[in-house]
Write a protein that binds this ligand. Sequence first.
Ligand code: 5AD
Ligand code: SF4
Length: 480
Amino acid sequence: MIPWSNGSDCMNLPNLKEAGKRTKQKIQFIEEDYTLDDSLKELGMGKKYYVKTYGCQMNVHDSENIKALLEAMSFEEADNFEEADFILLNTCAIRENAHNKMFGFLGRVKHLKETKPHIITAICGCMAQEETVALALMKKYPWVDLVFGTHNIHRLPYLLEKSMANREQEIEVFSKEGEVIENIPVKRDSKYKAWVNIMYGCDKFCTYCIVPYTRGKQRSRKMEFILKEIEDLVQKGYQEVTLLGQNVNAYGKDLENPTTMGELLEQVAKTGIPRIRFMTSHPWDFDDHMIEVISKYENIMPYVHLPLQSGSNRILKLMGRRYTKEKYLELVSKLKEKIPSLALTTDIIVGFPGETEEDFRETLEVVKKCEYDSAFTFIFSPREGTPAAKMEDHIPLEEKNQRLYRLNDLVNEYANKKNQEYLGKVVKVLIEGPSEKGNLMGYTETMKLVNVDGKEDLIGKIVDVEITDVKTWSLDGKAI
Ligand code: 5AD
Ligand code: SF4
């Protein structure tokens, strides 16, 4: 039996309690080549698909797998959802507004389906893993044909075949710790930079976060498979890889022969890929060896995304973050000292239950000390089933909004200050394609977006660019 064809005939609905369980059960590695039954290979012939992706890079990369699976079934990619026969929404559950966006788009799909009833509609990703969402889809959106989760993307061809044959709503979402499945085909969005998963899931259980429930237990890929994938990308001429995981610094701790992120980074650096990035880091697992390796290899980019979440020790404790403001600042000093050209970005949540003005000011103080290159800032959004959702929250929304504005003002001030340092400098930019302004665009080693004056034949190359103008969120320059 091909492991990915192996489903069950009954509905599999998500269960939050199950999803939050962690047992000592061994992780299963499925390492054989991915094959499709012949009957599936032509199922999409003459049909078009449209995949809409919400959320993080992990989802973006999952969609690259999904697209490859659909093309293996002979579907072709549509330019827009109106011309598609199969519409799939790959969803995000991290905050409430991700929910709202997806239900908004679903409304437009419903409208389209009224005129084109043959369209098959599917929902996958993190929202599908939520019990309440799956139930709502069952009760209120019976016209959604297929719902599947983050653990069974590889089963899409089989699920789709079923949906096309019987047109009854099919829900297959597993709430399990998860396995590691190698060799799912991939259709990469870029020819120059690639996402590479190094691990799945998360066991940190920060009290506000839904990810440990939607993505399962932390499971690292074996290093040999990661390196093989990157060596293959080098062969194909790729210039950059981003190593992806919810908490990449914990890479390898769960393997039967444990290893570390520092070790992995060193081996990836030796493949000769010109640029290596990694995200997301958790301050807890950022060890000295990793810092040493980043500073040692020129092809590991001097860019670290290090979520702070809060600068108040009291709130950090309530968040279950396992570090103090002092430890965080100590790590940042060490990083800045050992990697002089470092660019540092972060994530911050305001309005966590019980956050006082004093707590919030402590966050502002840490922002001043760290001088971030930029920050993603959010208002706390209660996620059903997480411990923080049950905490008493007396802060009025207006106050939360005010804190977000104040924080953003400060973040922008430093973003602008950091960018000013680039004026007149020559930096290396990987040119990714045309920019919206009609020039070219690309990113510096430190992840700054640059609009570049230059010829199209530079696309896909790392070139020297002189910075001629500076804005808060981007730089302008000319290729030299
Ligand atoms: N509310 C607001 N922000 C959240 N994040 C994660 N969960 C929540 C939540 N419930 C933010 C964190 C994380 C980023 C990806 O999203 O800052 O680092
Ligand atoms: Fe969520 Fe990141 Fe915390 Fe894991 S480490 S629970 S993904 S915020």
